[in-house]
Design a binder for this molecule. Structure first.
Ligand code: DP6
Length: 366
């Protein structure tokens, strides 16, 4: 496993402290919704099965990375972390730990005095997982720093691969946020270049109907999750269904890629919903078992199924590791679906809150 970290090890990435001008780099990076879920990992954040996701547009993190050279020559990581304009010590400590892991890749991290300011486009208390957007925004800033100061990442594909790799070390699902429209992460004989180390783009193979797909997020509950994703992944190791699950994920991965290439909405929707419910079934069959859905999650799922029957429209749902629902549907029915949400679903959302989102163009340097 260690080998993979060593692959990007580069002792030459040391700054000339007497010559480095202070500067700032800023990236906006989106969240993503997995269609085939990553649930279960091994080694250093390697997935047990390949996953595929849509990159979102409106749910993003914006991170600014300011740097100057350190006055002292101590070897510790020196950074101040602000979240939504206020110092945030717990988040800062997480970033320091992450940067310590990255020192063999980026030795300059020990030479800089850094200030990181991060904020999310969605309300902090909305109960939306933000590790994917946060970790990818941070990794992109570090890669831009490398390119700006050393000029060693001018090839866009190489830049994105490295950013995805570093994002993965921060949070597995974050590695998929680097690419526009859709991304694949995890070894698979199905797709050339697919690897556990970083995600690769899938946009070129994606049918146009999915490039303008919607993903409206219904905030069923804003509360903090009782079991974090990282702990949930760990519990897969003792889950008696784990191996069958990984096999199922590979089969569904194969099937959904066909649907994504062909624009087959019905197969896509059946698999997406199957994955969402399997994810939660795995939680319920962990030891100790746990439930992250809320009663209103089930009420809304039932309403979506009824709507589909009544209208024959391709409206489907997905779930992350939490109670909130993602409504997936093509652009041509946006008016009908959003009326449906306003009139029949909004009442089941906490404080009536829901967020309009859609498949997006990927991260942006701002
Ligand atoms: C249910 O990427 O948040 O969203 O690697 O421990 O940071 P860590 O976990 P994380 O897990 C995401 C799980 C998921 C499915 C997915 O995005 O594929």
């Amino acid at each position: 496993m260690e080998k993979q970290v060593l692959d990007f090890r580069n002792p030459k990435l040391v700054v000339d402290s007497s010559n480095l001008e202070e500067g700032e780099i800023k990236w906006r990076s989106p969240s993503n919704i997995a269609i085939i879920k990553y649930w279960g990992k091994f080694g250093i954040q390697y997935p047990q099965n390949p996953s595929v996701s849509f990159t979102l547009e409106n749910a993003y993190t914006e991170t600014s990375f300011s740097y100057s050279t350190k006055k002292n020559i101590e070897k510790n990581i020196e950074l101040d972390f602000y979240f939504n304009g206020e110092v945030n010590v717990p988040f800062g400590e997480k970033v320091i730990k992450y940067f310590e892991k990255l020192v063999p890749v980026f030795p300059f991290l020990r030479q800089l005095k850094m200030t990181i300011r991060s904020s999310n486009s969605f309300p902090h208390s909305a109960g939306i997982a933000s590790s994917a957007s946060a970790m990818s925004a941070l990794a992109l800033c570090l890669c831009s720093f490398e390119d700006r100061v050393f000029g060693t990442l001018s090839d866009i594909d190489e830049f994105r691969r490295k950013a995805s790799y570093l994002s993965r070390l921060g949070s597995g699902s974050a590695c998929r946020s680097i690419y526009e429209h859709a991304a694949i992460w995890g070894e698979s004989g199905e797709v050339d270049g697919a690897t556990n180390d970083y995600a690769i783009p899938f946009s070129e193979s994606l049918h146009p109907v999915f490039k303008t797909f919607h993903d409206d997020i219904l905030i069923i509950s804003k509360g903090e999750k009782s079991v974090s994703s990282t702990i949930g992944h760990g519990m897969m190791d003792g889950n008696i269904y784990a191996n069958s699950r990984y096999q199922q994920a590979r089969q569904r991965f194969h099937d959904v890629l066909i649907a994504l290439r062909q624009g087959d909405l019905e197969s896509f929707g059946r698999i997406a919903e199957g994955e969402a419910l399997t994810l939660h079934a795995l939680m319920m069959t962990s030891y100790p078992p746990y439930i992250l859905m809320k009663p209103n999650t089930l009420v809304v799922i039932r309403k979506i199924q009824e709507y589909r029957k009544r209208t024959n429209q391709p409206l489907y749902f997905s779930l992350d590791a939490g109670p909130n629902l993602h409504l997936l549907y093509p652009d041509e029915i946006v008016g009908d679906v959003q009326n449906f949400i306003e009139s029949e679903l909004k009442q089941y959302c906490e404080d009536g809150q829901w967020i309009k989102d859609k498949v997006g163009g990927g991260p942006l340097e701002v």
